[in-house]
Design a protein around this ligand. Structure first.
Ligand SMILES: NC(=O)c1ccc[n+]([C@@H]2O[C@H](COP(=O)([O-])OP(=O)(O)OC[C@H]3O[C@@H](n4cnc5c(N)ncnc54)[C@H](OP(=O)(O)O)[C@@H]3O)[C@@H](O)[C@H]2O)c1
Length: 250
């Protein structure tokens, strides 16, 4: 018996990076997935990679109208979600002086408001034994210049892990989070940096990582799926660091 046989996962931002890796492993272990992404092209591409046990659709994780349509759209495929991964996101960075309201709202809509209302909308499809994982970030552990809004948004998500764990305990729905370190994904393509600047950024960051390498999306997926599985049946309200120790090693 595989860990996710007869189980359905809903993964926001399941078309690339950690979300796609999580979808792949969930399917490999017997489950079915529904993924969302920002464009039909990325959704189609992901579905080609994931194969027949995947479904997906374009849905903006920051848009309230689209969040309110999720239940209806998911109903085409399933009446039950066993595992919900709130993962969609990207980083954008600005000094305090340069940040405008658009920057603030964009990051809070995507990382805070979106996941909050996505859980609210999908909770009725979940029951005892099911679980939720939020994607936070190691950046909440430090003060990093130009990260004020992104880090605050991720800190709010880290707070949801605890408050949602409190509210959903009676329903038997486990709530946890994963806090990735530096992971090699598409995340830098949203920053507006050129390919060369991205390579330089990666090179300059690498020496600061205790393992002297970026993490792989699969290394996050495996931690997420541990939290999603019955192997984590007594784990609730935890934000699991998967960061090569960068948040604790000096
Ligand atoms: N990479 C890191 O070092 C790192 C570290 C800590 C935390 N994180 C967090 O990890 C999560 C996943 O990021 P990643 O590194 O795997 O990046 P990624 O490879 O760029 O994947 C991001 C995923 O989110 C989707 N997405 C972004 N904005 C969306 C929106 N408005 N609506 C719907 N889907 C949206 C993307 O869809 P498309 O494929 O359509 O673009 C993609 O599927 C994010 O929440 C990020 O903040 C990343």
């Amino acid at each position: 018996m595989q860990r996710f046989e007869n189980k359905v996962a809903f993964i926001t931002g399941g078309t690339n990076g950690m979300g796609l890796a999580t979808a792949k492993w969930f399917i490999r272990e017997g489950g079915k997935v529904i993924v969302t992404g920002r464009s039909q092209k990325t959704v189609d591409n992901a579905l080609k990679i994931l194969g027949k046990n995947a479904q997906g659709f374009k849905a903006d994780a920051a848009n309230m109208n689209e969040i309110h349509q999720l239940r209806q759209r998911i109903a085409t495929y399933t009446t039950h979600v066993n595992f919900l991964f709130l993962n969609a996101g990207y980083g954008k960075f600005s000094s305090i002086a340069d940040a405008d309201e658009l920057h603030f709202d964009e990051l809070f809509d995507l990382h805070v408001k979106g996941p909050f209302f996505t859980v609210q909308q999908l909770m009725p499809l979940m029951q005892k034994g099911d679980s939720i994982v939020f994607n936070t970030s190691f950046v909440t552990e430090f003060g990093i210049s130009n990260f004020s809004v992104y880090s605050a948004a991720k800190a709010a998500v880290a707070s949801f892990i605890k408050t949602f764990a409190s509210e959903l305990a009676d329903k038997g729905i486990r709530v946890n989070g994963v806090s990735p370190g530096h992971i090699k994904t598409n995340i830098y393509s949203n920053t507006g940096l050129s390919d060369d600047a991205i390579e330089q950024t990666i090179e300059s960051i690498t020496p600061s990582i205790p393992f002297k390498r970026f993490g792989d999306a699969d290394e996050i997926a495996k931690a997420v799926l541990f939290l999603a599985s019955d192997d984590a049946s007594y784990i609730h309200g935890t934000n699991l660091k998967v960061d090569a120790g960068i948040s604790v090693v000096k």
